[in-house]
Design a protein around this ligand. Structure first.
Ligand code: ADP
Ligand code: MG
Length: 479
């Protein structure tokens, strides 16, 4: 299998979550929920006489992404017309960036099988999405222009990826960063993030690129990994048979788990790119770039590294907590509120996430506050409640939104650390069970746990376990 080397470059299209479209005030709406053709303006429909205006927010989002992906920023941005005829594109051309994209020469580090690889990013450019066609069984096709003109970012790598797994890892990381930046929801099933791998193989050691195929309409990361792996194998068989790979666009058949030919790919010249005459060049000032850079959030890798290096979390804990921006920020707030980072991490990962799963809630919707968790941990540390009671209290905080103190008081959950009260409870258990005491004194040491259990039961789980053990030792020794 080392006969060939796989070479893969990824094109990712990400819709930007702006309120309005890229070149017109028509709103950006949820593609699944909105009625078709309700979020359109004359411009999205390609009416004569309409003129585009650049959406500043979309440029700002694009700038954020380009900076987060370590790109050089082109300050002089030119928009271009990409001409082609298709029913989902009423203007007959798509406004895109061609020669002067907003970001060039970036990179992203990706870890696959514990090995870090740097994927170079060739370009990040702004464009507009097309409408959406639905082909119906009776042979008719329906078109929805709600999506036409939605701001779209295209992120293109150099051919630096070498396997389906690596393609998946890179794409997942792009999704994570887009979500961190608040510019894309990452909902692949809604089509707001679309990944297209370009795949070729070449004899190992060769420096020339082989003929590539492009996979389109892959709707999940698993399909990206599987489809890419399949295509690498398929091309190897083609070459082994002495044939040539045809440059084409292929799709993925999920039922048969294989790729199939869709169409022979156009060359770039077919699009007759030329500068968009209705838009002036867009200048991105030094100040704008500096402001966007300063406003970037701490990104997942940096966050995870800080958790390990400054807060002493394990690599696993750091990675889990940095996975989603909202989770990381919840944790950061708890640490700022004065909790020990390690305890907070453990409580979040072991208990809070379990409750979130059980109730199917995201962290930004839960009633437990970071301060609340810190107070709960403090109650355990002070000995007011034991660990098991604290788990129940957290579950109660989760459903009722009450503070831990309120719950502990209302339910009388505070640990019984009153020595006299516990001593009475211990005496009572020993008096009530003379045979057990006799067996214990005859050497059956393991009965000790039974006595502790009886005291816990009598106190409804609230006895301070350390004190119970101490009192048991004293009283059993006296019998
Ligand atoms: P186009 O715009 O026609 O799709 P590009 O040259 O912009 O083509 O390349 C698109 C993507 O394909 C990039 O990610 C690039 O790295 C990748 N790519 C180009 N040539 C090859 C090749 N021979 N094998 C694999 N990937 C390639
Ligand atoms: Mg392409």
């Amino acid at each position: 299998m080392d006969k060939y080397e796989a070479i893969i470059g990824l094109e990712i299209h990400a819709e930007l979550m702006t309120k309005s479209k890229m070149f017109t005030g028509a709103p950006v709406v949820d593609s699944v929920e909105a009625e078709p053709n309700t979020a359109v303006s004359p411009l999205c429909l390609g009416m004569p006489g309409t003129l585009p205006v650049i959406n500043k927010k979309a440029v700002e989002y694009a700038l954020r992404v380009a900076l987060a992906l370590n790109c050089q920023i082109n300050q002089d941005n030119i928009f271009a017309r990409k001409n082609y005829f298709y029913p989902d594109l009423p203007k007959g051309y798509q406004i895109s960036q061609y020669e002067e994209p907003i970001g060039v020469n970036g990179w992203l580090d990706v870890t696959v099988n514990d090995e870090m690889r740097r994927i170079r990013i060739r370009r990040v450019h702004m464009e507009e999405d097309t409408g959406k066609l639905t082909h119906v069984d009776d042979g008719t096709s329906l078109v929805d222009y709600n999506r036409a003109g939605v701001p779209l970012l295209e992120i293109v790598t150099e051919p630096d990826i070498h396997s389906g797994e690596e393609a998946r890892a890179y794409a997942m990381k792009i999704r994570q960063i887009l979500r961190y930046l608040g510019v894309n929801s990452g909902d692949m099933e809604k089509g707001v993030l679309r990944v297209e791998p370009n795949i070729s193989i070449r004899p190992s050691g060769s420096a020339e690129l082989g003929t590539r195929t492009e996979l389109k309409n892959l709707n999940s990361f698993r399909v990206l990994a599987d489809g890419t792996a399949y295509e690498i194998e398929r091309q190897a068989k083609v070459l082994d048979a002495g044939d040539r790979v045809v440059q084409e666009t292929r799709g993925w058949n999920e039922a048969k788990k294989r790729t199939f030919s869709q169409r022979v790919k156009e060359e770039a010249e077919d699009y007759r790119y030329f500068p968009e005459p209705d838009l002036p060049p867009l200048y991105i000032s030094d100040e704008w770039i500096a402001a966007a850079r300063a406003a970037l959030p701490e990104l997942p890798d940096a966050k995870a590294a800080r958790y390990v290096n400054e807060l002493d979390l394990s690599a696993y804990e750091a990675q889990v907590l940095a996975q989603e921006r909202a989770v990381g920020e919840w944790f950061d707030t708890a640490v700022t509120a004065g909790g020990a980072p390690k305890s907070i991490a453990k409580w979040m990962i072991n208990e809070l996430f379990r409750l979130m799963n059980e109730h199917r809630q995201m962290i930004d919707r839960i009633q437990v506050t970071p301060q609340g968790l810190v107070e709960l941990i403090a109650l355990v540390d002070k000995g007011t409640i034991n660990n098991n009671t604290a788990k129940d209290v957290l579950a109660e905080m989760f459903t009722s939104g009450q503070s831990p103190q309120e719950i502990v008081e209302a339910k009388g959950l505070a640990q019984i650390s009153d020595e006299a009260a516990l001593a009475t409870a211990v005496t009572q258990i020993l008096d009530d069970n003379p045979e057990m005491v006799a067996r214990y004194l005859a050497g059956e040491n393991k009965l000790r746990g039974w006595f502790v259990g009886q005291v816990m039961k009598a106190t409804r789980g609230k006895a301070n376990p350390g004190l119970v053990n101490q009192l048991l030792s004293q009283q059993l020794a006296e019998r």
